[in-house]
Design a protein around this ligand. Structure first.
Ligand SMILES: [Zn+2]
Length: 125
């Protein structure tokens, strides 16, 4: 007999690290199934605590493979936190800049981040 109880560890949309633990309080198989499916997945666009801290320091610049587009592009795993002042120098488009500063994150293609040597001074690079 199944007890209809599940616990899942979700992932942060921004950094991909472990985020929250979710569990079902209603012990029916439908809710338990939904919780089970959430394990290892992104379930919302709320930044994890580390990302919240990073977003206070600057904008999270998330590197993607070249040619990737859309809301959730394929990522390389490299992330930089760039100060707002530097973002303002990088982005000329006022509307885009406002959007980036508001969202506290942006994507960058691998070839572009290499051109501007974004990750050259980071640890392990
Ligand atoms: Zn995160």
């Amino acid at each position: 007999m199944k007890d209809n109880f599940e616990v899942a560890l979700t992932k942060c949309f921004f950094c991909g690290e472990n985020d929250k633990i979710v569990m079902n309080t209603r012990l029916n198989s439908r809710v338990a199934g939904a919780v089970k499916k959430a394990h290892g997945k992104v379930i919302d666009y709320e930044p994890c605590n580390d990302c919240k801290e990073n977003m206070k320091k600057g904008v999270m610049v998330i590197e993607t493979k070249d040619g990737e587009k859309g809301h959730n592009p394929f990522r390389t795993g490299r992330i930089a936190v760039v100060k707002d002042s530097a973002i303002k120098e990088l982005i000329n488009d006022e509307v885009l800049l406002g959007d980036i500063l508001d969202k506290r994150m942006m994507y960058i293609h691998e070839s572009t981040s290499n051109q501007i040597h974004l990750f050259n001074h980071m640890k392990g690079e």
